[in-house]
Design a protein around this ligand. Structure first.
Ligand code: ITT
Length: 196
């Protein structure tokens, strides 16, 4: 099965390619010219479906399966922000580092040095047989600082439950074993198998 990823985030591409062993997995930008997809949904699920649908329609190939991921980090003590706005937290054109620094600063501004947080991933799958969406979560704590260079995005400030180190410091096998994306992918695998 040929799987096309509807994402421009290289961190996600690396994780999908390493974790979906038995299929050919390509970023959509390897197949067609990348284009702007407006994420107008009000949930991870809506935005994941918007991205997968847009790429499936643009590809115009009934033989491919398109997977997308809409994800983010939520801090309950701050009312759940940045949540679905994680990629745009520091502004529409902000990069990963600016978003990370803004969340660290927001924790500091609220006198939070360590507070519960969780990642959510919605993975949408669009193919000739229909549209599907599954979710996964990873719980832990957000700290008001950045440690380590592994992973991507908010990983240097996220300590998963049961660990002392951040995802920036921990080996990538930890995310592979039980991250929000890994858990959603386990469910996506079940959907993929049922479509064969
Ligand atoms: P695409 O829409 O092209 O897939 P994106 O990065 O804009 O790429 P999202 O809209 O889903 O993707 O935003 C996800 C945000 O949440 C982004 O800022 C990520 O850095 C962050 N994020 C999601 N999963 C993460 C993970 O596993 N580790 C660290 N940060 C993560």
């Amino acid at each position: 099965m040929r799987i096309i990823l509807a994402t421009s985030n290289q961190g996600k591409v690396r994780e999908f390619q390493a974790w979906i062993g038995e299929h050919e997995v390509l970023a959509y930008s390897d197949v067609i010219e990348p284009f702007e997809i407006e994420e107008t949904g009000l949930s991870f699920k809506e935005n994941a479906l918007i991205k997968a649908r847009a790429v499936y329609e643009r590809l115009g190939d009934k033989n491919v399966t398109v997977l997308s991921d809409d994800s983010g980090i939520s801090v309950p003590a701050l009312g759940g922000i940045p949540g679905i706005y994680s990629a745009r937290f520091a502004g529409a054109n902000a990069g990963a580092k600016e978003n990370l620094n803004k969340l660290i600063q927001t924790l500091k501004d609220n006198a939070l040095t360590k507070t519960p947080a969780f990642y959510t991933a919605a993975i949408a799958l669009v193919c000739a047989k229909g549209e599907f969406c599954v979710h996964g979560w990873m719980h832990g704590e957000a700290i008001a600082g950045a440690r380590g260079n592994n992973g991507f995005g908010y990983d240097p400030m996220f300590i998963p439950e049961g660990y002392e180190q951040t995802l920036g410091e921990l080996d990538e096998s930890v995310k592979k074993a039980f991250s929000h994306r890994a858990r959603a992918l386990e469910l996506a695998h079940i959907v993929l198998k049922s479509l064969k």
